[in-house]
Design a binder for this molecule. Structure first.
Ligand code: URP
Ligand code: ZN
Ligand code: ZN
Length: 467
């Protein structure tokens, strides 16, 4: 028997338009939209009616960059797929794209299987995977088309972290050539890791061991240089490129110049680069460790360039790079040596609210908010229109969002499995009220009603900006 849910009275906001409409959901999908006062909407009956008067009805967020349970720096990210996707649901994100990791000496498929083993049956919301290639060689290059067939259409390569995830320029060029042939999308972590390692050793030798030195050695110029190099390698390979976690204005300028040349080059930034800065990294004592991530936080002056890039579409996506490590016992591994602080920040629960705050602050329009948080990541990674919009046939991944509610972000109220909030004490206007994942209510006006295992793996098609 079919189940029908009706969301009544809200302002439906998508990347394309804003309409006062009721939304009818049938069997997990959006069946129809109709103006509140139309005869069509008035004729609708449903098993459940959700009142969205004075609220927005928005697509569920698509967070295209998370690291649940990622092994890193001798420890592992503290959110499991269960806790991390539950927190995502609380924050209005109904799809994550997490990074499966190919270990050195192993097949790509082994990395994917390992991530399925972690995620399958445990997620509260839907999930997909990218694949981190730690070992680009003839065998793994041959394997790439099979991964694409399995719905894993994007591959992350690291220009940073020599000896761990690092690929050299030749490996990157080969992977880009293969992606160009097969329709895959190469994502790069653009920092010159070889040069950074020299600066790390020199800083430690001078006795500069505090967290703020992490930001100082990972120079903006070395992000810009790597971004430039990745763009040129992609151009030579005839392949598209997606640069993850852009934080420096100089790196963004490289993307802007490439896009002005008509190259298929895309970029993502993250809330931490828009709302936090080196001032946080320089917090007294060892507190700055909470803000250690790579690319690093930058001086506040970079933020204006990132906001502008989001408005001008030189940056297309805001993802979280959610990679939480507890302060106690994990970040503390780097006391006395900043290079041993595990890299990463929590944020999967905060992204939709922080970006709505950017609407309130005048950085973004309401539709651009939905575009960078829902529609563009879905299109970029082959999930649209199943995800990222509100239209007949799409999955009923929906959020009833109260744009007037004021709340304070804090470790005492968040649901991420981490012992601090990167945004502790920050007051934001706008709050998730009710969340549906494929028509199932998973958050109901402040109560979690979801379950581990509701979320399913979503195979992805190739990047839809290249169609
Ligand atoms: O600091 C970060 N970003 N940690 C996660 C791994 C990565 O490079 O994305
Ligand atoms: Zn990275
Ligand atoms: Zn990441």
């Amino acid at each position: 028997m079919s189940t029908r849910t009706l969301i009544r009275g809200g302002l439906v906001v998508t990347a394309a338009e804003e309409v006062h409409a009721d939304v009818l959901i049938e069997d997990g999908r959006i069946a129809a939209l109709a103006g509140h006062t139309t005869a069509t909407a008035r004729s609708w009956t449903a098993d459940r009616v959700i009142d969205a008067t004075r609220k927005y009805v928005i697509p569920g967020g698509v967070d295209a960059h998370t690291h649940m349970e990622l092994p890193f720096g001798g420890t592992a990210a503290s959110d499991t797929f269960e806790t991390g996707t539950r927190a995502a649901a609380w924050g209005g994100t109904t799809t994550i794209v997490d990074f499966a990791v190919q270990s050195r000496g192993e097949a790509l498929r082994a990395g994917l299987d390992a991530w399925h083993a972690k995620a399958d049956g445990n997620c509260a919301v839907d999930y997909a995977f990218h694949l981190i290639m730690s070992d680009v060689n003839a065998a793994t290059l041959r394997e790439m088309p099979r991964l694409i067939e399995l719905g894993v259409t994007s591959f992350k390569l690291f220009m940073a972290y020599p000896g761990v995830f690092y690929s050299d320029d030749g490996q990157i060029l080969r992977a880009m050539q293969r992606a160009g042939e097969t329709g895959g999308l190469i994502m790069v972590h653009a920092e010159n890791g070889v040069a950074i390692d020299v600066l790390v050793a020199q800083a430690l030798a001078r006795g500069e061991t505090a967290p703020r030195h992490h930001g100082e050695v990972r120079r903006a110029l070395l992000e810009a240089e790597a971004t430039h190099r990745a763009i040129r390698l992609a151009q030579v390979a005839g392949a598209p490129l997606y640069v993850v976690h852009v934080s420096a204005a100089e790196a963004l300028a490289e993307l802007t110049a490439a896009r002005d040349q008509g190259l298929p080059v895309f970029g993502e930034t993250c809330p931490q680069y828009l709302f936090l800065s080196t001032d946080d990294l320089a917090a007294p004592g060892f507190e700055g460790a909470k803000y250690v991530c790579s690319t690093p936080l930058r001086p506040k002056e970079h933020q204006a360039a990132l906001w502008r890039g989001l408005r001008t579409d030189d940056l297309q996506v805001v993802s979280t790079d959610h990679c939480p490590f507890c302060f106690a016992g994990q970040k503390e591994l780097g006391r006395g040596d900043f290079s041993k602080i595990p890299n990463g920040l929590p944020g999967v629960e905060n992204r939709m609210d922080l970006l709505h705050q950017a609407v309130v602050d005048g950085h973004l329009s309401r539709r651009r908010w939905i575009e960078i948080a829902c529609a563009a990541p879905a299109r970029m990674f082959g999930l649209y229109p199943q995800k990222g919009t509100i239209a007949p046939g799409a999955d009923a991944d929906l959020v009833v969002y109260d744009p007037h509610a004021v709340h304070t972000l804090s470790v005492t109220t968040h649901h991420m499995n981490v012992d601090y909030s990167a945004y502790e004490g920050r007051t934001v206007t706008g709050r998730v009220e009710t969340v549906l994942s494929r028509g199932t209510v998973v958050v109901d006006r402040g109560t979690y009603t979801g379950r581990a295992g509701h979320g399913t793996f979503v195979p992805r098609t190739t990047c839809q900006y290249l169609d």
